[in-house]
Design a protein around this ligand. Structure first.
Ligand code: TXA
Ligand code: MG
Length: 323
């Protein structure tokens, strides 16, 4: 396993070939880094589960290079889903659609639907195009972290998470820090109207405005329903430090808050983003620095409002959830 920071065209071609040969390639996307495997190779996909320590049965998102490959993986695609794909792909959005025979149980966790995404990072897109040129059909890629841990937003964070578990023929492509910083918006497109299963940078308002509909907000927190998405577990995305969302930090605690909040004396300021987009971008890296400093507690002042704040608050609630 090696980090490759100079992602030239030939490096990416070699990585695509490596995926075709059944190896794993961690790659940057605009949201977080993914741990990629050929979505049609059961052995490669089972290594993804092993490397992540992820329980079997949690479905994986299939990444493709453009909507033109969508109907290879999905059938009965509603018109609203096509519109969303045309509007927001490439981008931080995953559509859950009824599957074709190509999406095997080892990808969908036995469900009759499949998650599909076209990421917008140039390295991811080039890797997917090269992979498809060599005959591949889709790259299964969960976030490149151990199960339940914080998603990596840099190549070094991928190495920290997975170095002990990847083999020498696997690779990590370094495409710099991720621009969005939280995972894609997941939209259930298996019903007559869309619903958001995981909030992200494609926000409720963007979808509502674009489709001229109003989304059912109850679907954002499907408490008590069968969990079909790992990101819907109550505890997830958590650093080792205890995450606290109310009260005030004391000397020695970490603090993550917008730069309009001052740092109390003795408190370790982990980051001071100037707006909510920047908050999303730095959050996971700030959690990682808390763990690197061995902090016991990290206080976070949750952002307010709509838009990306909804996704940040969703992840914060999960990071703060006490098992
Ligand atoms: O931004 C992202 O979505 C990143 C990058 C790498 O693309 N990927 C990512 O994958 O976050 P993962 O596996 O860490 O989270 C995907 C979530 C999981 O909770 C999974 O259970 C859910 O999506 N999911 C995938 N396929 C699904 C399906 N068919 N039905 C319901 N949930 C699904
Ligand atoms: Mg994940």
């Amino acid at each position: 396993m090696s980090i490759i920071s100079n992602c030239t065209a030939s490096v990416i071609k070699t990585a695509a070939e490596s995926l075709i040969n059944g190896n794993l390639v961690a790659f940057p996307t605009e949201t977080v880094y993914g741990l990629g495997a050929d979505a049609n190779n059961e052995d490669a996909v089972s290594r993804v589960y092993e490397v992540k320590g992820r329980p079997l049965g949690h479905p994986l998102i299939v990444h493709i290079s453009s909507t033109k490959n969508l109907d290879k993986w999905a059938r009965e695609i509603p018109e609203y889903a096509i519109k969303l794909a045309r509007a927001f792909w490439p981008g931080p959005m995953t559509l859950i659609l009824p599957r074709t025979n190509l999406a095997k149980d080892f990808i969908t966790g036995g469900q009759d639907n499949v998650g599909i995404r076209v990421p917008s990072h140039t390295v991811a897109l080039e890797l997917l195009r090269d992979f498809e040129f060599k005959g591949g059909l889709g790259v299964a890629a969960p976030s490149a972290n151990r199960f339940g841990a914080v998603s990596p937003t840099t190549a070094n964070a991928v190495e920290e998470e997975l170095a002990g578990f990847l083999s020498t023929s696997d690779q990590i492509l370094d495409g710099g820090p991720c621009a969005v910083g939280v995972e894609s918006t997941i939209i259930d497109c298996t019903q007559s109207a869309p619903s958001i299963l995981r909030p992200g940078a494609i926000t409720k308002e963007m979808i509502e405005n674009f489709l001229s509909i109003s989304l059912n907000t109850k679907t954002l927190k499907p408490k008590g329903v069968q969990i079909k998405a790992a990101g819907l577990l109550e505890s997830h995305y958590a650093p080792k430090a205890k995450v606290i969302l109310d009260g005030s930090p004391s000397a020695g605690d970490g603090l993550i808050a917008l730069n309009s909040f001052a740092t109390p004396g003795g408190v370790i300021r982990l980051s001071a983003p100037s707006n909510n987009e920047e908050f999303a971008q730095i959050l996971y890296q700030a959690f990682r620095s808390a763990d690197a400093m061995d902090l016991g507690r990290v206080f976070v002042k949750p952002p307010t409002g709509d838009g990306i704040a909804v996704a940040i608050n969703d992840r914060l609630a999960k990071a703060a959830f006490d098992l």
